[in-house]
Design a protein around this ligand. Structure first.
Ligand code: FAD
Ligand code: NAP
Length: 334
């Protein structure tokens, strides 16, 4: 028989949004349960220096997330190492099935599932994933000591990854489809000054080239975006850094989304189209996608969940999946 756990507030996700929601919900005596997911600590665990978290001129991403987890735990948030596999938002209380078999029921849900790296979708990219193709320089950079590496993309992630990879690589080629980077000026400045990095403008990755035995990358073929000319570049590692997409799998069929899958919230709030369901962080933010804005939204979600719960006539704390009878969910955002 599966174990069922009820809470007033279930927080799904353990990035800056989830942990901040955990701190605030715990301090509001809501006894929240937070499910961490496959990536405890979220995206910042895949980077090194974070230089724009207020109060820390420089902090390692994984350290910051360990501190956030400790903070939420110390306030009384129950942090669980599990993954939510499906979410029923049509019943009350809400019901979340999990990878461990535990069924989480909750009067209110805070969605903080963040975002995940995008891929180009090339068959050769798929073939060499884990064998020379990666989307995480901090995870895999160490394997390419003294080797030539390419990074694809022109945003903050691509530039940071290229800079980080110079710690290991003999040369890093940054391949971008335009001749203008969308990364922050301070990062572009560091990139341009780094003698190990060579940008290649107006090119797109066409194919990852490699060997089957042993499986590994030997280079890439890139195409000029206007002339169509193909160039081959030797490389042992290919880091794809072309942006992130919202991790909306649990709610893409039940909540309203926009701008490529970001969950819609009522302007100025974290309220979704279903009362009692709140969304915070990169899952809902197509514009800023920063740790500090995610944390801010986590705070808002917890405060709004508390207010919403106090307005409901709930017999909370019951270990039950029976509907509590406070009406059907709304079908559209306000
Ligand atoms: P995320 O950090 O994406 O966390 C999502 C969480 O949801 C994870 O814990 C995951 O396990 C969990 N989850 C997902 N699905 C499920 C599920 N089904 N069940 C349970 N849990 C689930 N921002 C900055 O401000 N400064 C920086 O220097 C900076 N550097 C960055 C470097 C890199 C390489 C990257 C990729 C991003 C960087 N960012 C930076 C952006 C920042 O990391 C994000 O804006 C922020 O982490 C978003 O927080 P979040 O809480 O919304 O979600
Ligand atoms: P991003 O800002 O969306 O940039 C994605 C880059 O990949 C863009 O340069 C884009 O090119 C390129 N690209 C997209 N699709 C492509 C394709 N199919 N082929 C080739 N190139 C493609 O994503 P990100 O860099 O991952 O950053 C995501 C968010 O996290 C941002 O809000 C960022 O500020 C934040 N972040 C912050 C920090 C920091 O504060 N230090 C560090 C990392 C990330 P175009 O420019 O031509 O569109």
């Amino acid at each position: 028989m599966s174990d069922t756990r009820h809470s007033k507030v279930l927080i799904i996700g353990s990035g800056p949004a989830g942990y901040t929601a955990g701190v605030y919900a715990a301090r509001a005596m809501l006894e929240p349960v937070l499910v961490q997911g496959l990536e405890p600590g979220g995206q910042l665990t895949t980077t090194t220096e974070v230089e724009n978290w207020p109060g820390d001129t420089e902090v390692q991403g994984p350290d910051l997330m360990v501190r956030m987890e400790g903070h939420a735990r110390a306030m009384g948030c129950d942090i669980v190492g599990d993954i939510i596999t499906s979410l029923d938002l049509a019943t009350r209380p809400f019901v979340a099935q999990s990878d461990s078999g535990t069924v989480y029921t909750a009067d209110a849900v805070i969605l903080a599932t963040g975002a995940r790296a995008k891929w180009l979708g090339l068959p050769s990219e798929e073939k060499f994933k884990g064998f020379g193709v990666s989307a995480c320089a901090t995870c895999d950079g160490f394997f390419y000591r003294g080797q030539e590496i390419v990074v694809i993309g022109g945003g903050n992630t691509a530039v940071e990854e290229a800079l980080f990879l110079t710690n290991f690589a003999s040369k890093v080629t940054l391949i971008h489809r335009r001749d203008e980077l969308r990364a922050e000026k301070i990062l572009i400045d560091r990139l341009m000054k780094n003698p190990k990095i060579e940008p290649l403008w107006f090119h797109q990755l066409e194919e990852v080239v490699g060997e089957d035995t042993p499986m590994g990358v030997t280079g890439i073929r890139v195409k000029h975006v206007t002339t169509g000319e193909i160039t081959e570049i030797p490389a042992k590692g290919v880091f794809v850094a072309i942006g992130h997409a919202p991790a909306n799998e649990l709610v893409k069929d039940t909540l309203e989304t926009h701008h490529g899958g970001y969950v819609v919230t009522k302007p100025g709030t974290t309220e979704t189209s279903i009362p009692g369901v709140f969304a915070a962080g990169d899952l809902t933010d197509h514009k800023y996608r920063q740790a500090v804005t995610s944390a801010g939204m986590g705070c808002m979600a917890a405060l709004e969940a508390e207010r919403w719960l106090s307005e409901q006539d709930l017999d909370s704390g019951k270990d039950t999946t029976e509907p509590l009878g406070y009406g059907a969910p709304a079908s559209a955002a306000e």
